[in-house]
Structure formats: C-alpha cells, structure tokens
Design a protein around this ligand. Structure first.
Ligand SMILES: [Zn+2]
Ligand SMILES: [Zn+2]
Length: 556
C-alpha cells in the first residue's frame, strides 16, 4: 500500500527576523512534492550594517528549481514584508498569484510606478473565498490588521487543515474593513485544525491592543486643539488611519493635502476599492500654501525617517511646497521600526528646534500595532485549538515567547524552527525532517546580489579605512620608469605627529620596491603583493587602521 502523503511546511524567510516573509507548504513525499507559497516580502537594509543596500529579500533558488511543482503564490496582505519582493523575484518563478482586491490593486499600482512596468498577473479572490491549487484548497479568512484586507489562510489538504494566520489582531472596531472573523475561526476549530502557523510580533506584550477607534479619537483631539498648521505622518498603507485623519480634519474644518507618492498611490487605490467612500476629496500638495494655517492639514509619508520622503524634507526646510513654523504641530501616527530610530530622531529634533510641537506614541495614543498581544493570541488558540503550533513572523525572543504561550495553553506539539527547516506536520508526530536551501539576497541599486557575495563586506571595509591606489611602471632592467603615482581616498591627511600620510605611503612604496631582488621586480603579481602589504602595514603603524590597497604594475 502506498504511504499517505506528507504535509510539510518550511519558512524561507520571516522566522528569526521581522520581514521578508516567505512560507511554503508541501504535499507529497521526499521524491515529489507539490508546493504552495505564501507571501513574498522584503525587509529593509540599514545604512550602518549594509551600506547602499535598500532591500533584503529571501533567496528563492529552491522554489525556482521546483517551479514545475509550484501551484501558486498566495498573498495574505499588501504590506511590503509580505509582497515587496514579488516584482524582483516573480520572474524566476512565473507562478500564478492569488490575492484579494485591495492587495491586487495596490500591487498593480506599484508595478505601474516602476521604470519598466512589469506584467505580473494576479488573480483576485474575494474575502472569505477559496482557491483550489492542486492538492491545496486555500480559504481567505478576514482578520483585522493595519491595512485593508489582511487574511488568515485556512489551507485545507487531505492530511489536515493548517491555519496560516498572516498578520492579524483583534479589533472589533477597525474603522475600515472587516473585523477578525471569530465565527469562522471557531468553526474551523470545531472541525479540527492540525496546525497553526502564526504571527509572533507582539507575543512579548501583555493584554490587548487598543482599537483603531481609540487612536482616531486622540488624533481628532490633537487636530481640533491645534492653532497653526498640522502635519500627520503615518504608514501610507494604513487606510483606516488615513480615514481617521481625514475625519479629524473635517471636524476641525481643515482641508487635507496629501504629500508623498506612496500616500497618493494608496489613497487612489483605496478610493477605487471603495474604502474611502464618503471621505472628502484630498488636495494636492501644490495647494497647501493657498489655505490659511488653521484650515489645512498635511498628510505625509516619511514616518520612518526616510531621507527622501516628504517629512524629512519638511523638517530640514527643503520641501518645495510644505513649510511649517513655530507653533505648528506634527503628529507621528506610527511606530518607529527598530533600526530607524536615528533618522526618526533626527527629524524630531529638527522639528523641535524650529519650535514645532511633536506628538508621538510615546506621549499620546496616536498609534496602535496591527499585531496580536498575548490576550489576543490566547483567544485565537481557544478558537482554533490546533494540535501543532509553529511561531513565525518574529525575532528569536518573539518566537520563543509565542511558543511558551502556546505550550501553556495546552497545545500538544509546539515547534520552534528557523528559516530553511522543513517540518513534517502529518502524518505522525510533527518535527523537523530536513533542510531546504534558504538565504538572503540584497537589492543593490537595480541589481540583486547574494548576501554572501563580496560586495557589501568590501564596502564596509572601504567605509572603515578608505583605500590607497598605487600605480607604477617597471622597465626591462627592473627599474622604476617614473615616480609611482599614489592616490589616498578616505584616509586622514596627516598622522598623529603631523606627518603627511601620502608621503608615508609613498616612502613605503619606493623603499619596498628597491628592497626587492631584481628578478622579482619584473613579476607584476609579486610586486603588487609586496607593495600592498608594505603600504597597509606602514599606514597601520602610523594610524592603527589598515586601508584597502590596490597596486597596478605595468612593465615596459
Ligand atoms: Zn502586515
Ligand atoms: Zn508582516
């Protein structure tokens, strides 16, 4: 008798880090599996550790190899950490993509904004609807989050049902979109759920998240009390928040001016999808100056301190249209994502220095997270009662706290895993059975590079200690045909005693060359190596740092 099909799960991104989510589910045996991919997101590089790298994404070489067995890519929602890598990576996979209306529309708008707009087809599935993909039957269950149309996926298979929660929270009054579908989740629990693969982001936080409605009330209070201009910054994709700000402006008799392309794009998509029905029309940034200070509110991008976004330019007074002065108000209706503290604080300090009042989630309830705290996680486990729990979407601490909570709630099998682990969910006892290739890719300008490639470490070394370039021409007799040329970049002019570094390096080149035995002087490789070593160690003796050194030797 043939063995029953195995149901497996492997995270290829998003476990051990927040960002670049990619999960795959397999049905079959070790010789042949059909795959389902869930989400394909990015995370963001930080300037300090990854100079010049904007985006980090999962390596999809495994799925690329398995492309013929890949039934499709299903999107839980349209946050960048869940769909931001599709434009770059889909050409390697070319699989069908399934998403609900808002996610599909936002993706289309994102593609249209590219330099060469790619054509990537997305099939629209209704909220609450299902798609059949080979052995997988995927059901989209509405959950509250911080963007319209976030979905948990109930993945029904012959080996059991898995609930892939996606990003979710419980908010009975989410302002926009459907609340988390408790009734359907309970039904699934009654019918029997094999495994819950779920969001760990806020598993370290006790209690419940406040509602979007409470945030809206605070924003209204702050806007009403303002005497001068008001600017509010938030995540562009948080349409409920945009509506809350619009409603606050209406109450206070202010026009809304939208500043920043990402925000304009979301507003347009949200209007197309009917999420801003009844909300007043917004104005373009060009009209900002036409309104009296107490009759305008600027809704801006840049809550994470992005240097090219609207808020950073307003704060350093370089925005062509939007200006603020003493007594005006800026509301950060956002959380600073770890890693972005420095640029955000730079903006806040810039504003405070100009006498502008700044409100953040540190002093007012102007933001709530879109992820479940512990009491919400407990509700979910009580509704769904899974046999297996696998924490994902978190750093090590979040994952571990989530695992402990699941154990405490009586989940029989709790599996703590890492990116690249292949986990058997059924039949038999669940556990890690294999590894699948997983890694990171960096988006460097328009090019994708492997994280292990030399590019970034080299760049860090250049940033740390600069570079010396040496060029010399050696004659047939093994003499220098001319004075060597040296160029020092990113190196101090003088050492601690005031001696010019260029002269120190020059002397090291000439002395070392002369010390080489004549037969060696005609060997460019050997000369380059000796001179490079000499320059580096001589400068290190004067400076305590070793620069990169490039030596170019020509023989005539
Ligand atoms: Zn999300
Ligand atoms: Zn997420």
């Amino acid at each position: 008798m043939a063995r029953p099909d195995e149901l497996t799960f492997a995270p290829l991104g998003g476990v051990g880090e927040i960002g670049m989510n990619l999960s795959i589910y397999g049905i079959g045996n070790r010789h042949q599996r059909s795959w389902l991919a869930v989400d394909l997101g990015v995370s963001f590089g930080d300037e300090e550790h990854l100079p010049g790298i904007d985006l980090i994404m999962p390596d999809v070489r495994f799925l690329e190899k398995e492309r013929n067995n890949l039934m499709g890519l299903v999107l839980t929602h349209a946050h960048e950490d869940h769909f931001g890598a599709i434009i770059d990576l889909w050409p390697k996979l070319k699989c069908p993509i399934y998403a609900t209306q808002f996610s599909a529309a936002l993706f289309e708008a994102k593609c249209a904004a590219e330099r060469n707009p790619p054509k990537i087809p997305v099939t629209v599935v209704p909220s609450g609807g299902r798609v059949h993909l080979g052995p997988f039957n995927v059901e989209f269950i509405p959950v509250a989050h911080s963007i319209p149309e976030s979905h948990a996926l109930a993945i029904h298979t012959s080996a059991g049902t898995v609930l892939h929660t996606g990003d979710w929270k419980i908010d009975p009054t989410p302002i926009i979109g459907l609340p988390t579908d408790e009734r359907r989740l309970r039904e699934l629990g009654d019918a029997g759920v094999l495994a819950l693969i779920g969001d760990s982001t806020n598993a370290v936080r006790d209690g419940r998240s406040p509602s979007e409605t409470e945030v809206a009330a605070t924003i209204t209070k702050l806007v009403k009390a303002a005497k001068g201009r008001v600017a509010v910054t938030t995540f562009a994709s948080n349409v409920a928040r945009l509506k809350a700000v619009a409603d606050a402006a209406k109450v206070a008799g202010r026009e809304i001016v939208v500043v920043g392309r990402a925000m304009e794009r979301v507003v347009q998509v949200a209007r197309e999808c009917g999420y801003l029905n009844g909300v007043q029309n917004f104005r373009g940034a060009d009209l900002y100056g036409h309104f009296p200070p107490d009759k305008v509110l600027a809704l801006c991008t840049g809550s994470q301190g992005e240097p090219r976004a609207a808020l950073a330019r307003i704060a350093d007074e370089s925005h062509p249209e939007i200006t603020l002065t003493r007594g005006d108000r800026v509301v950060f209706s956002s959380r600073t994502i770890p890693g972005n503290e420095k640029p955000v604080n730079r903006i806040i300090n810039g504003l405070v220095r100009q006498g502008i009042e700044v409100f953040t989630d540190r002093n007012e309830l102007v933001h709530v997270s879109g992820h479940p705290r512990r009491a919400e996680l407990e509700d979910m486990y009580r509704w769904v009662r899974p046999q297996i729990a696998i924490p994902v979407h978190g750093e090590a601490l979040h994952l571990h706290e989530h695992a402990e909570l699941a154990r405490r709630l009586g989940v029989k099998q709790v599996i703590e895993c890492q990116d690249g682990d292949l986990i058997r969910l059924a039949p038999g006892r669940a556990g890690i059975i294999d590894e699948v290739p997983s890694a990171r890719m960096y988006k460097d300008g328009r090019v994708l590079v492997e994280a292990e490639a030399r590019t970034v470490p080299e760049r860090r070394r250049l940033a740390f200690a600069g570079v010396v370039s040496v060029a010399l021409v050696v004659t047939a007799q093994g003499e220098l045909a001319a004075d060597p040329e040296l160029r020092l970049t990113g190196i101090p002019e003088r050492d601690a005693d005031g001696e010019p570094m260029a002269e120190i390096a020059y002397a090291a080149v000439v002395d070392t060359f002369k010390s080489l035995p004549r037969p060696h002087r005609r060997d460019p490789g050997a000369v380059a190596e000796s001179l490079g070593r000499a320059v580096r160690s001589t400068l290190a003796a004067h400076w305590d740092k070793k620069p990169v050194c490039h030596v170019h030797v020509l023989t005539v």
